[in-house]
Design a protein around this ligand. Structure first.
Ligand code: FES
Length: 574
């Protein structure tokens, strides 16, 4: 091993490199590692298990399998912890901590002597955080996801977190399901280890990691409890040793072309809207910008091919059995950049040439390009006087009858206001209205998944299932409805959303990709002149976050982590 690799990489500063080397070797030997192994390439294993993260319950087994692979290929595996982000256990929202985890991952990869790293994670924010960190650290890295859950059963019906969680909750709110039944449902929604069982954010990001080339081919959709998941972990360990010997760094894998491939697959799988933010953040770490206009061009050319919840009927275990990501890539081949290289050292072309001929594909789950689930891509970006820097709608999970609509705004000022009034019997609202939630964006609230806010109680009980809802928040990848998200600039950055009032008219056109607030220019300026920004948190991470977070189109990364970024400059409409 050279002096700048293995255990000798990045010596601790004592002002005497030889002393640092001697001390490090001595302390490494205190762990009982043989001198022979200490001379091998070192593969770090970033583990993110936690008692507060059900989705990472198999972390120890996966880390052991990776270690097995590393040892068998002649490397030294050394696991190290990073923080863990369990989606439903974090307050106010896991999104606030994605950048914190990305910094943890980046700095620990860079600071410790590893020649390559296997990143193990799965829950929504973990894979983006690990990829962002690895991209910035610049060391060869492989993403290994924990894999999706299997489905449960309730009275003969398959259940999977979390589209069915939301479906049953909506039925409960409408008075169709009893409390006793909900208790039974609760015990059957998430019945195995792994990430949410549908094409939510975790599954979408797993697919994106594979398409980018950062995970081993065929590994994204393997269920968490399937033996193939452990085999993929072992293979990831072997591949990491190859990368340690013949480095391919994240910047060679995550390129403008592979990001575009990932965006196309995101649209074809009907993936999560959150992935648009995460992909922008990952790409942004390498100076690649993700344009919403390009997203729309790709969306118009790319049909939805995958029939999974929340837009279809299947679950991730079906997707795996149907052929997984590689089957989708085969269908999209003519639209992909095929020279992109992955962690296995192969180009996408080589990979598809190898598998295309003999691949069996279940066409009830993964449709042919010529016979798609729906003709347009799953997500489109909107612009207009209400969203000058863009907004997102998941049209594949929305109600087409609501796509072209002008309606009266019914406004909630913030999350507290929403919680206080949404179910009040005297709320002045009709099914033809457009519901607007302000101050749930990155600066105001860390951008929680509050965009899928409920239909007002009195309308839900009257059988209304969907209404246009607009906010600067995000939405869970497992959710559905005609929901306009990520309105940018957000209200707390002085975007036009800040000045919407109940009674204003709003026009939505998915066909024209427009979102407009129908007030005069004079009125707009008058209202903006009395707007003031929210107070800043005084200390700690919350203060750093609010000061530094970028808007959704820039991936909500911190300004100081994006190369060449000149500091935060939120668009103000004054
Ligand atoms: Fe972890 Fe859904 S809660 S993936």
């Amino acid at each position: 091993m050279s002096k700048s690799s293995g255990l000798d990489r990045g010596l601790t500063d004592y002002g005497d490199p030889e002393f640092s080397r001697y001390l490090r070797r001595s302390f490494a030997r205190s762990m009982g590692i043989s001198e022979e192994l200490l001379g091998k390439p070192i593969v770090g294993i970033a583990v993110s298990g936690s008692g507060f993260n059900n989705c990472h319950r198999t972390m120890d087994d996966l880390a052991e399998a990776v270690s097995r692979g590393v040892l068998s290929a002649g490397g030294l595996p050394l696991a190290f912890p990073t923080i863990s982000l369990g989606e439903v256990f974090l307050n106010p929202t896991s999104m606030m901590f994605r950048n914190l985890m990305a910094m943890d991952v980046e700095e620990m990869i860079r600071a410790q002597p590893m020649d390559s790293v296997v990143l193990i994670g799965g829950c929504d924010k973990t894979v983006p955080a690990q990829l962002m960190g690895a991209a910035s650290a610049g060391r060869p890295a492989i993403q290994l996801v924990t894999g999706p859950m299997m489905t449960g059963r309730y009275r003969g019906e398959r259940l999977g977190a979390c589209t069915d969680c939301r479906r049953f909750w909506a039925r409960y709110r409408a008075g169709e399901v009893s409390e006793a039944s909900m208790s039974e449902v609760e015990g059957n929604l998430a019945v195995t280890a792994g990430t949410c069982a549908v094409m939510g954010t975790a599954s979408t990001m797993a697919c994106i990691a594979e398409v980018l080339g950062m995970s081993l081919p065929g590994s994204a959709a393997i269920p968490a409890v399937h033996s193939a998941r452990l085999a993929a972990a072992e293979e990831s360990g072997k591949a990491a040793v190859r990368l340690a010997r013949q480095p391919i760094t994240p910047d060679q894998i995550i390129t403008a072309d592979s990001v575009e491939n990932a965006l196309r697959v995101l649209l074809a799988i009907g993936g999560s809207t959150n992935a648009v933010i995460h992909l922008a953040a990952i790409a942004g770490r390498l100076g690649i910008s993700l344009s919403l206009d390009r997203l729309n061009e790709i969306s118009d050319q790319t049909p939805v091919l995958v029939n999974l919840k929340p837009i279809g009927g299947g679950y991730m275990e079906d997707f795996y059995a149907a052929g997984g990501v590689e089957a989708v890539l085969i269908e999209l081949r003519s639209l992909l950049h095929l020279d992109c290289v992955g962690v296995d050292g192969q180009t996408l072309r080589q990979r598809l040439d190898r598998i295309a001929a003999e691949k069996w594909i279940d066409r009830t789950i993964i449709h042919r390009f010529e016979e798609p689930v729906s003709v347009g891509g799953g997500i489109v970006a909107l612009r207009g006087s209400l969203a000058p820097d863009g907004a997102i709608v998941k049209r594949a999970a929305a109600t087409p009858a609501l796509f072209e609509l002008e309606g009266r705004a019914v406004v909630f000022e913030n999350l507290d206001d929403l919680a206080r009034r949404i179910d009040t019997p005297d709320l002045d609202v009709t099914p033809a209205d457009i519901l607007v939630l302000k101050n749930a964006g990155p600066i105001a609230a860390g951008m929680p998944e509050a965009g899928y806010f409920p239909i007002p109680g009195k309308l839900a009980r009257a059988g209304i299932k969907d209404m246009v809802r607009i906010s600067d928040a995000r939405m869970s990848g497992t959710a559905y409805g005609t929901i306009v998200l990520h309105v940018s600039p957000e209200a707390a950055a002085g975007g036009p959303l800040a000045i919407v009032r109940t009674g204003d008219r709003i026009a939505l056109s998915v066909a024209k990709k427009r979102l407009d607030l129908l007030i005069s220019e004079e009125e707009r300026l008058r209202r903006l002149s009395s707007w003031s920004p929210p107070p800043q948190p005084e200390r700690g991470y919350a203060a750093l976050y609010q000061r530094s977070v970028l808007q959704a189109p820039q991936g909500c990364d911190f300004d100081f982590l994006v190369p060449g970024h000149a500091g935060k400059q939120p668009s103000r409409q004054k």
